[in-house]
Structure formats: structure tokens, C-alpha cells
Design a protein around this ligand. Structure first.
Ligand SMILES: Cc1cc2nc3c(=O)[nH]c(=O)nc-3n(C[C@H](O)[C@H](O)[C@H](O)COP(=O)(O)OP(=O)(O)OC[C@H]3O[C@@H](n4cnc5c(N)ncnc54)[C@H](O)[C@@H]3O)c2cc1C
Length: 445
């Protein structure tokens, strides 16, 4: 974009906050793709030409209209915690930072309506204030936005109870703005919310989400430890199949202990562990079941006890926070995303552990899909070369695992984009000039 076009755009949007200050452009052009030594050299140099931070629907409409008039790319951004460069502006242009568009519009029995730029914790707090809670949230709840989670996320804390986002019924409706000189606002509900979910901001600007709420429960942060990783997985499978009310089941092998500094008293590297959030009524039954697999009760703390003891919240030790804790200690690790075969036999966990030796540390998250366990492996991988990373992926596949490669930045390569072509048709409808997040769609860019 020439600076002249950008200046004209800034004049068009009048009083809407915009900046071309270099540090801000750099900061808002990055996300967590640095987890990947493959993506980092490919994406780190891209830069927006201008960052805008609207506060109202009218301001977002002014940005959309001016971008369409001047044919400037728009990359929508929430908290910038995506791992695949989803909010990196590959063609420069506008980064539309939604974080000042962040109001809770209403909380009713069974649902919340909230602006897309609100931090997820804001939604959870508002729901808890009415005796309700979100069905799930990512471990980045304190920094990620509602729009970013729906645009870029997949599952999270709560997915073992309610399923992954797409089949959980969590998204009741979405308000979406088109990119046109006269922008429209569309309201999607039912199956149509899938046109925008996990589209990386390529199928419209999410303005507002209506999310289903469920009655709030008291969750206890629990750690059970086991002599072997196979027994940890065998317990996880049994716990999933039981009547226990669980909000998180996150298995890590003992070699993760050096990264879990604030829980060292409970996970010291001598035994493998299941990190869980358990309904307070089921805590004793949870540990009784663990005992059947030689598990022992290591920790069970309420939110208050945890805060008083300055322990890290269990939900911030799971999903990609586990990876983050390792990277904070040693940047030579990277990771993979692996869907384990169903059923996931403990023997396979042990065999993979042995096969990869010091090159991979095992971590599995239990989620649910169509009522069945969907166990996601997020193994840490000691990075050497891209070729070796690819070999490791093929080795997992040979075991019947499915790889969702986190070292890619094209939406289709993640394997969940547009099976029936409806998303692409919708994209043409909402963004006829193809200005949204260009460069992310292999089929058209
Ligand atoms: C430590 C760590 C832990 C994580 N844990 C989880 C987890 O438990 N579960 C999970 O699913 N993911 C997880 N992630 C990935 C990521 O945090 C989540 O997907 C998160 O919800 C993204 O929100 P965000 O606001 O940061 O989005 P961003 O990174 O800003 O954006 C993500 C995508 O959504 C698009 N987008 C943002 N806002 C809008 C909008 N208003 N309208 C349309 N599109 C929009 C962007 O263009 C981008 O393509 C984790 C990442 C890290 C670094």
C-alpha cells in the first residue's frame, strides 16, 4: 500500500483511532506463530500499514466502507494469541484490532450476548455473576477475545464435558459485518454459524456472539500422579467413560515437571500426572478411580486455596499453555497437534514414548466429539530440522493418528476448512473483493 492510499483511508475514517507508529505496527502484526521454527522465518517480517482500534459498530462500518472503497486488505485481530500466523497481515494493509469493541450486551438465563473484542474472561465473569458459566474457553482466557476464539480456536477447557466448539452448540448466533462500501450486518444462527467459525477472519467481521451458558459449578483443581504414562492414559480413558463431572483432563508425562514450576510440590518429576478440574461433589470418587490405576491424590484445591497458596490455575497449565511453559524454559522445543486413534490404547502411548526417546515429551488433552473421546496429543518435539519434524509426523500417522499440522499458515492445510464449499460461497457474499486476511486461503491466493 502506498502511504498516500493509507492517508486517504485515515481521512475517510475520520475520528476512528488509527496509527502508523512503527512499534504499534510491529506489535499488532505478530501472533504466537513463534511456537513454530518453521513458520517464524516465513512470517516474522510481515507488517501492517495501519492499525485501527474502533469502539463502536459505526466505526467498524466506516473502516469496512473505506477499505472497500480503496481496496485495502483487512486482517482482523483479537488478542493475537493464534498459533498459525492467523492474524499476521500477509499483504500489509489494515490490522483491525477489535479489543476496544468489548462490551457485554446482555446476560440472560442460558445465554450471553457479547461484543467480539471482549476478553473471554470478561464473558466468564459476567456469566458467573448470574450463577452461570461458559461451556468452554481456551487456556488463553485472560488474553484472547471472543471473536478470536470463534475465528481461530477449536476446543478448550470444558471440551471434555461439552465437546469441541463446532459440535457443542455453544454458538447460538453471530452478528457479522460485510466488507463493502455499504457494509451490511448479517445475523447467523443454527448451522450457518459454521460459515464463520474457525475461518481465520476470512468470512466476515464478527461483531457480536450469542453464546450458550450452563449453570455454574464449583470446580476443584486436582492432580493425580501415576507410576507410568500408560496408567495415566488408562485412568484418563476410564474417567472419560465414567459418570464423573469433569471440566478438564490433561495428561502430562513426568519429564514436563521442570516446566511446571508453581506446582512443583505436587508434580515433582518422579511420576506422570493427570491435571484435572473436577466438580467438587466428585473429587473423592475421582481419586478413588485413580487409585484403581495406581494413582495417588497429589493435589485438590479450591479457587481460594489456590490463590492463597500462589499456585498456577490448572486451566493455565493445559492445552497450549503446557507448550508455552516449556518454551519459557527452553526455546528449542516445538510441538505437534495429533488426534489419537479411538480407542486410544495405553500401550500406544507407551510405545510412542519409547520410540521418540528424548526427542518428544507426551501430553494429551481429552475432549469429546459426537459423544466419543477425541484425545488430542500436543507432544513437545525437540526441533532439529523441518525434514525430521515431517518424519515424526509420518511416524504418528503410521500409528493411525491424524496430524493437524501447526506449522502451516494456509487455512485449508489445517484440514477443517470447507468440505462442502459453503464457506467459499459465503466469503464471496460477505467480501466480494477478497480483502479479508488475504494470503491465508490456498485455493484463491
Ligand atoms: C498459550 C496458548 C494457549 C492456547 N490454548 C488454546 C486452547 O485451549 N484452545 C484453543 O482453541 N486455542 C488455544 N490457543 C490458540 C488461541 O489462543 C485461541 O484460538 C484464541 O482463542 C484466539 O483468540 P485471540 O483473540 O487471541 O485471536 P487472534 O489470534 O487475534 O485471532 C485468531 C483468528 O481469528 C480472527 N479473528 C479475530 N477476531 C475476529 C473477529 N472479530 N471477526 C472475525 N475474525 C476474527 C483473526 O483474523 C485470526 O485469524 C492457545 C494459544 C496459546 C498461545
Amino acid at each position: 500500500m502506498t502511504s498516500e492510499v493509507i492517508e486517504k483511508f485515515r481521512q475517510d475514517i475520520g475520528s476512528v483511532f488509527s496509527t502508523t507508529e512503527e512499534r504499534m505496527l510491529a506489535r499488532k502484526s505478530r501472533d504466537f506463530h513463534w511456537y513454530s521454527p518453521v513458520l517464524t522465518p516465513q512470517l516474522q517480517h510481515y507488517l501492517a500499514d495501519v492499525v485501527v482500534q474502533p469502539q463502536t459498530e459505526q466505526e467498524i462500518a466506516a473502516i469496512s466502507a473505506a477499505a472497500a472503497k480503496r481496496c485495502i486488505p483487512i486482517t482482523v485481530r483479537g488478542g493475537g494469541t493464534g498459533n498459525y500466523g492467523q492474524s499476521v497481515p500477509l499483504r500489509g494493509g489494515i490490522v483491525l484490532d477489535m479489543t476496544r469493541f468489548n462490551q457485554v450486551n446482555s446476560v440472560e438465563s442460558g445465554s450471553i450476548r457479547i461484543q467480539a473484542g471482549a476478553i473471554i474472561k470478561t464473558a466468564l465473569t459476567a456469566a458467573l455473576g448470574t450463577g452461570q458459566q461458559l461451556m468452554m474457553y481456551p487456556s488463553t482466557l485472560q488474553s484472547a477475545t471472543i471473536g478470536g476464539y470463534l475465528g481461530g480456536g477449536f476446543a478448550g477447557i470444558g471440551s471434555v464435558r461439552h465437546g469441541v466448539i463446532r459440535d457443542s452448540g455453544m454458538i447460538q448466533s453471530l452478528k457479522v459485518m460485510t466488507i463493502e462500501e455499504n457494509p451490511e450486518i448479517l445475523t447467523l444462527s443454527g448451522d450457518d454459524v459454521g460459515l464463520v467459525f474457525h475461518s481465520w477472519g476470512t468470512t466476515g467481521i464478527i461483531l457480536e456472539a450469542q453464546l450458550r451458558l450452563v449453570p455454574a459449578e464449583t470446580w476443584i483443581d486436582c492432580i493425580a500422579t501415576f507410576p507410568t504414562y500408560g496408567e495415566t492414559i488408562a485412568f484418563g480413558n476410564a474417567a472419560f467413560a465414567s459418570d464423573l463431572d469433569l471440566f478438564l483432563l490433561s495428561a502430562v508425562e513426568k519429564r514436563f515437571a521442570p516446566f511446571y514450576k508453581r506446582t512443583r510440590a505436587y508434580f515433582d518429576g518422579t511420576r506422570d500426572a493427570m491435571f484435572s478440574m473436577v466438580n467438587e461433589k466428585d473429587v473423592d470418587a475421582f481419586f478413588a478411580l485413580a487409585a484403581e490405576f495406581n494413582g495417588v491424590r497429589s493435589m485438590a484445591v479450591s479457587e481460594t486455596e489456590r490463590a492463597n497458596a500462589n499456585l498456577r490455575a490448572i486451566h493455565e497449565t493445559a492445552f497450549n499453555h503446557t507448550t508455552l511453559m516449556a518454551l519459557q524454559v527452553d526455546r528449542s522445543w516445538t510441538y505437534l497437534q495429533v488426534v489419537m486413534p479411538d480407542p486410544f490404547e495405553p500401550d500406544l502411548a507407551e510405545a510412542q514414548l519409547e520410540r521418540f526417546g528424548d526427542e518428544a515429551l507426551m501430553h494429551h488433552e481429552y475432549t469429546k466429539e459426537h459423544g466419543r473421546p477425541r484425545i488430542g496429543g500436543l507432544p513437545l518435539i525437540k526441533f532439529s530440522t523441518e525434514e525430521r519434524l515431517n518424519e515424526i509426523m509420518r511416524s504418528f500417522e503410521a500409528d493411525g493418528c491424524i496430524i493437524n499440522n501447526p506449522h502451516i499458515f494456509k487455512l485449508e492445510d489445517g484440514g477443517r476448512f470447507d468440505a462442502d464449499g459453503r464457506k467459499m460461497a459465503f466469503r464471496k457474499r460477505v467480501d466480494p473483493m477478497g480483502l479479508l486476511n488475504p494470503g491465508k486461503l490456498r485455493s484463491i491466493d
